[in-house]
Write a protein that binds this ligand. Sequence first.
Ligand SMILES: [Zn+2]
Length: 304
Amino acid sequence: MYIDTHCHLDWDSYQEDFIQVMERAKLAKVERVITIGVDEQSNIKTRALTKYDSIYRCVGYHPDIVLKDGFNLDEINRLMIALKDEIAQPKTIGIGECGLDYYCFEGQDLSDDRKGELKELQMELFERQILAAVQNGLPLSLHVRDTGESAYEDVAEKLSEYFSEESDYSARSFEILLPDLTADSEGSAKQVAHEKSVPGVLHCVSGPKWYVQHCLDMGFMVSFAGNVSYKNAQDLVEIADMVPLDRIVIETDGPFLSPVPYRGKRNEPAYVVAVAETLAGIKKVSLSEIEEVTTLNAKGLFGI
Ligand SMILES: [Zn+2]
């Protein structure tokens, strides 16, 4: 079986044929799909989807939401209270997608000062979600995007504070932090704390190799999406080459980023097999080996 570790099943484009989408996934042996929240609305929407056996969810806030009108620190405080509720919902197995995205400022009419403010808001929103993840023993689904390296540098530095060998907040301390949180849950739908050793995943991996290596060193997994199959994906092919098999998971990021040969169409969980095929080619192993190892990795990452 395969696990699509990152898809946006709440998106409008799945509304009409949702049942068929899930049936096609099953036929393609994609037996688990993790649907990912990006804002308050989508987090709420994905609650209903977990009634399907195969669907699990991550909840969180995408860095692009700082561009919403009137977004400020008060809003972050409010969102973090909402996140607490979301984490307590059944089948919630991770936090994200969250991170930094300086690419979203491109083409916007923003002064340097305003950009600086927005970057600070992104970092605040990101760090609060790191804390939520660490305190709840949940893995992070990381989104980082930039035309240069600056967002990757900022993320790497922040993650080091929590997950590097030297950090007090090391992934190894998760187990110590867990009992506190289960205590205030009144035994409700609180997630069962699985033994945590993986702090998270670089969703739809991108960025310089030093960044990927740095995250590997801290224990993160690396997720490949359909763009690894594109003709101009030399950078991603090189990243796939350097990431060991026992750290790789796969995703569609549907409805976006359809892999070859579905490029241009709406993406859906069944197509994650095409990502696995591409990786089998790059890693020079059989498709069934990719199937087996990425499923094992995804289970270890999300505790499912
Ligand atoms: Zn996504």
